[in-house]
Design a protein around this ligand. Structure first.
Ligand code: ZN
Length: 435
């Protein structure tokens, strides 16, 4: 049995100050002051913001198959350090997570490591080939209890396959999670299609390649009466379509990544492949539209699209480099910078965007994204909003180091993460309390 933990004077959701008692994995008391039981660990959380443990709906852990880029263990550690208590692992591994066997293996490995709950996302189609539906039912009823299905990395392009997938997930109220990218319109594309791509002579990726699929899938979801979740929204036009679809009552949800809320296609001028990502970084007008959509609730959640790559896949010229960037350890800092410090959102909004809503969409809200209240599981993150830190790629827990934020100062970070009352991350200062 683990020692009781007392967290004194934390700012719950960034406002009310309260103290918490954690025993046997549960929050057993929330009060102005709590009595310290014998043998308890006491944390002084003055100035710290307490949030429900963060839930990422979009993580690439690379295992099985690309353990040189990330493993479930290194990715779990990166997640815990970033304040996450649950991650949804994408299916584009090798072998692809398109069978009950693979998803059970990923789920069990996550539990064995115990730093974060790993929920596998099943592939929509066998081998992500877009031709035949995977064994979705077997994955849903496996012990991994898969509720989200995605071919992320590639778009489910065939409208008939998309329709059937939507019909299928409806039977267990799951969702199809779409990487919206028209394959024909983006053949050979390297970055956002616009002024910068024209100047640099790199093949462009037009906004309409995303928007046309978002619109099609919203209409298909309406037709079937099923749920679609759109990943990494990157354009102002996509925001308008999601807004329209929601007004119409279509069951659509959407996510934005921290990098699409901060960076623009101007970064490509460096020719540094660290800024090469799918979908591409867009214009400042798109960034502004995405921030406004997060603030007004049109975009439901923040998800990282944490995409570790081995150095040989990034240390090369732009055209040859893989798409993707790390995100788990920097997400909170970037979100504080672009949303909280700008006044666009409060910490309570952050709790909704990065914990409660993703837990609901991923159907793990019986365990994660719970209120900070008595009787609830002690899945918590303590954030120090004043802990300005400079990102050092080699110091990240991830096995890969492809962060675009190297050398950049971020305003805040998670100083402690608890999964069912067990500390999975403690900064140096707090570590002393547990020694
Ligand atoms: Zn994607």
């Amino acid at each position: 049995m683990s020692r009781p933990i007392v967290i004194n004077n934390a700012h719950l959701y960034g406002d009310t100050v309260a103290s918490l008692l954690i025993e046997d994995g549960l929050i057993t008391q929330v009060a102005d002051t709590v009595e310290t039981p014998d043998g308890a660990v006491v944390i002084d959380a003055q100035g710290l913001v307490a949030l429900p443990g963060l839930v990422d709906l979009h993580t690439h852990l690379r295992e099985p198959g690309r353990e040189d880029a990330e493993t479930i263990e290194t990715g779990s550690r990166a997640a815990a350090r970033g304040g996450w208590t649950a991650v949804h692992a994408m299916a584009n591994t090798n072998p692809v997570a398109d069978t009950a066997g693979v998803v059970e293996q990923v789920y069990s490995r996550g539990q064995e490591i115990g730093l974060v709950d790993v929920y596998p996302v099943g592939a929509v189609t066998i081998g992500l080939k877009g031709e035949h539906l995977s064994e979705m039912g077997a994955m849903a009823s496996s012990k991994a209890r898969v509720r989200l299905f995605s071919d992320d990395g590639v778009c489910v392009y065939d409208p008939v396959i998309m329709r059937r997938a939507l019909e299928y997930v409806k039977t267990f109220d799951g969702a199809v999670v779409q990487h919206a990218q028209d394959l024909r319109l983006t053949e050979g594309a390297q970055m956002h299609e616009g002024e910068v791509s024209a100047e640099l002579g790199l093949a462009g990726w037009p906004a309409v390649a995303e928007e046309s699929i978002v619109a099609r899938d919203a209409l298909l979801a309406e037709h079937v009466g099923s749920r679609v979740h759109v990943q990494h929204l990157s354009t102002a036009g996509s925001v308008e379509i999601i807004r329209w679809a929601k007004e119409r009552g279509i069951k659509v949800t959407a996510e934005a990544t921290p990098h699409h809320l901060l960076l623009t296609d101007e970064s490509a001028r460096t020719y540094d492949p660290l800024f090469k990502v799918n979908p591409p970084l867009r214009t400042q007008a798109d960034v502004d539209a995405l921030r406004a959509a997060v603030a007004d609730g049109t975009i439901d959640i923040i998800a990282t699209d944490h995409a570790p790559h081995a150095s040989e896949d990034k240390d090369c010229e732009w055209a040859a480099a893989s798409f993707g960037m790390l995100g788990l350890e920097t997400a909170l800092g970037v979100i504080q910078k672009v949303l909280v410090d700008t006044g666009a959102a409060t910490w309570r909004d952050v709790a909704r965007l990065m914990s409660e809503a993703p837990a609901r969409i991923g159907q793990v809200d019986h365990l994660h994204g719970r209120p900070i209240a008595e009787g609830e599981p002690a899945n918590l993150t303590l954030v120090d909003p004043k802990a300005a830190w400079t990102v050092t790629p080699e110091a990240l827990a991830s096995r890969a180091s492809n962060t675009p934020y190297g050398g950049i100062e971020l305003p805040g970070r998670a100083v402690a993460t608890f999964l069912r009352g067990v500390p999975t991350h403690l900064d140096a200062q707090l570590e002393g309390a547990f020694a």
